[in-house]
Structures are given as C-alpha cells and as structure tokens.
Design a protein around this ligand. Structure first.
Ligand code: KG4
Ligand code: ZN
Length: 357
C-alpha cells in the first residue's frame, strides 16, 4: 500500500511517499528555519504563510522524486493521503490538512489523520529491517522542540503517556538557552557543537530537571518519570547575570563550558527518567524520535541506559529525527482504522496528546 504523507505542524513543510509503512519512496522537507531565525523562535503567522507558499511545490517534488525512483508511475498509484492533524500550531496545521483534504477528495482516496508525536516514534522503523510489531513492548521517548514524553507502547498502535515534561520541552530548553546566550536559533545543534570539547562535564551545577514537589501529581503522573526544564533556564539566566555583574552587555566568558554543563543537565535528566521508566515494565526496546534525538551526548547516554536495562535502542536515521512527512505516511499504514470515511470530517487538533485520537 502506497501512502502520501503531508506534515506542516511547525516550521517544516514536508511531503513523502511511503510504501507499506517503512519503504520511503520520496521524502521532501522544506525548512523555514531561516525565516524564523531573526525572531529567535517560530512565529506562527510567518510559518503559516510560508506553508501556503511552499506546500504545492513540496507535494509535486515528492511525487516527482517517487516517480524518478521508479516507486510509482504517478499520483494515481497513491492509495491514501495521510496528514498531521495535531499537535502543533493551528494556523500551520490547517495548511497541510486542507492540502491533504483537497488531494484525497480529488483522487477519491481515504484521508488518514496522524498524531505527530506518535509519528516521531515511528521514525526508527523507516528504512530499517525491523518491523514495529516485533519491537513491542516498547518504551517510546519523544524528544523535540515541543515535547519530552515517555510513552508506554504495549503493542504497536497503543500509546499511553507515563511521564513528560511539566513545562518546557528539552528542545525548547536548548532554544531558550541560545537565545539568552546570543548564539542564534535553533539552539540544540549550536549547543551540541559548542559543548563537544567538554561534553560530559558539568562545571556549573545546573538543576537536573526535577519537577517541583506536587506538580507531577497534579498532572496525574509519577514525579520520577517527569522533568521540568523551566528552572534550568532561570538558573542559566542567573548564572549569566552573575558573570556580567554591573555590565549587562559584557561578553559572556567560557561559553563552551556553560554549554557543556547546560547540555549535561538536560541529558542526565532524560537519561535518568528513561532508566527509571525501563525498570517499571519489561520492554523489548526503547524507541526514540524527535529533533533532540540528534544530540550526540543524548544518543550516547541513551545507549548506555538501554544496554544496562537489556533493551534494544531504536533510533531514527538523522534525516528522520526532525520533522518530516515520511513518519506521517509511514505510521498511517498502521493507522488505517483511523481513515476518515469522508475526508472533510478530519479537523486540526493543536493540543493532541500521544494516545489521543
Ligand atoms: O522534532 P523537531 O524537528 O520539531 C518539533 O517537533 O519540535 O525538533 C526541533 C528541536 C529544536 O528545539 C532543536 O533545537 C532541537 O530539536 N535539536 C537539537 C539538535 N538538533 C535539533 N537538540 C539538541 N541537539 C541537537 N543536535
Ligand atoms: Zn516534531
């Protein structure tokens, strides 16, 4: 079965064509990073306008790429259209959803609404020789600019959140740090690079992402499986203020050491909560997805955690870590029960959680 997927939940306009859930025939991603860089973060209106401008071209490019690869002879070989309907920025989601509805209706094929977080957890299976069913039960870890969640997956297609950040996501914590340090956007890749020389060291004792007492219980979650990164960002702000003293414009010394310490606080807290979650149930694998999973120190730390727990670590190829549509088209193959009977019935759901449909 050949599915065309569309993704537009944040600042990537993407389309991909995937066969039988894992064989990627084409994967086109237009990233808007340059448009948002001057603002130090994603501006929803700018994102939405850029999606409108790019979406048709990106869809055509994905079809052309799949035809050139010999995977399909044209759009008429596509069996269904899949689209991210949440979570994400409402004005951005709407662009992809409307394009997908139009395409599905004009071709007379089903439309499948896909949950973006669940799709990140599908990425380790793209172009791999492991079938998702064989990797279950799995602990899913979604670490991106918008999410940091630990998700119990007893069988493929069943998701329940067992832990998550109670405020900022890990990617957001990286992005806020580089904004504060004047190092640009997005923050994760910059900190990853700046921290390389000292990775694994903590010269500065930043808080390790522990939630304030009682906050996890309010969310109905176990505090040992949750993180909080807003205190980390404040600690960095106070540290930098202390360094600058009376001169708020003074250059910040020792940025690589600050980056290494800050990164270690995030990586240690994610590794610690993951190790705890892996002790709670018997899992076969740890399946990780999302832009932050590109982080070198995090990959290494999760490797050690998985080894110690005796589970297989499943990570996506780097090109599938960030937002893309191959993960949408891929997961849709396993979510055909969610195909809209009538395409117009699928609507955007900006605050969708994993396991919610
Ligand atoms: O999954 P993604 O592309 O979009 C969302 O769904 O949010 O993730 C984007 C996030 C950004 O916050 C970015 O700073 C972070 O992923 N990121 C990284 C790295 N590369 C991207 N974080 C840490 N280390 C990296 N190498
Ligand atoms: Zn994402």
């Amino acid at each position: 079965m050949t599915i065309l997927g569309i993704e537009s939940s944040c600042d990537e306009t993407a389309c991909a064509i995937v066969k039988d859930g894992v064989e990627v025939l084409s994967n086109v991603v237009y990233t808007q990073i340059k448009l948002h860089q001057p603002w130090g973060g994603v501006v929803p209106e700018i994102a939405s306008r850029a999606h409108v401008e790019k979406i048709s071209g990106v869809i055509y490019a994905a079809v052309d790429e799949a035809v050139a690869a010999g995977g399909i002879s044209g759009l008429t070989d596509v069996d269904a259209v899949a689209v991210t309907y949440g979570p994400g920025l409402a004005p951005a989601l709407l662009v992809g959803l409307n394009a997908a509805k139009g395409l599905a209706m004009s071709l007379g094929i089903p439309l499948i609404g896909v949950n973006h977080i669940e799709a990140h957890l599908h990425t380790p299976f793209l172009e791999s020789n492991m079938s998702p069913e064989d990797a279950m039960p799995a602990l899913g870890l979604a670490v991106s600019g918008g999410h940091t969640s630990w998700i119990d997956m007893p069988e493929y297609g069943t998701y329940s959140i067992i832990g998550q950040t109670l405020d900022d996501a890990a990617g957001e914590a990286f992005d806020k740090a580089t904004k504060l340090l004047g190092l640009g956007y997005p923050g994760g890749p910059v900190i990853d690079k700046m921290a390389k020389e000292y990775a694994g060291n903590d010269f500065i004792a930043f808080p390790k992402g522990r939630p304030r007492p009682g906050t996890a219980a309010l969310a109905g979650l176990d505090a040992d499986l949750c993180t909080s990164f807003s205190g980390l960002k404040t600690a960095l702000l106070n540290y930098v203020r202390g360094l600058r003293g009376d001169n708020p414009d003074a250059p910040i010394p020792d940025i690589p050491r600050i980056c290494a310490s800050y990164q270690k606080a995030i990586v240690d807290s994610i590794a610690d909560r993951t190790a705890t979650a892996l002790k709670r149930r018997r899992y076969s694998s740890l399946s990780v997805g999302g832009g932050v999973s590109l982080n070198g120190a995090l990959r290494e730390a999760l490797g050690k955690v998985a080894d110690k727990a005796g589970v297989k670590l499943l990570m996506a190829k780097p090109k599938y870590c960030g937002d893309n549509a191959a993960m949408i088209a891929g997961l849709a193959y396993y979510r055909q029960n969610l195909a809209g009977v009538e395409a117009e019935r699928v609507d955007v759901h900006p605050s969708l959680e994993a396991g919610e449909h």
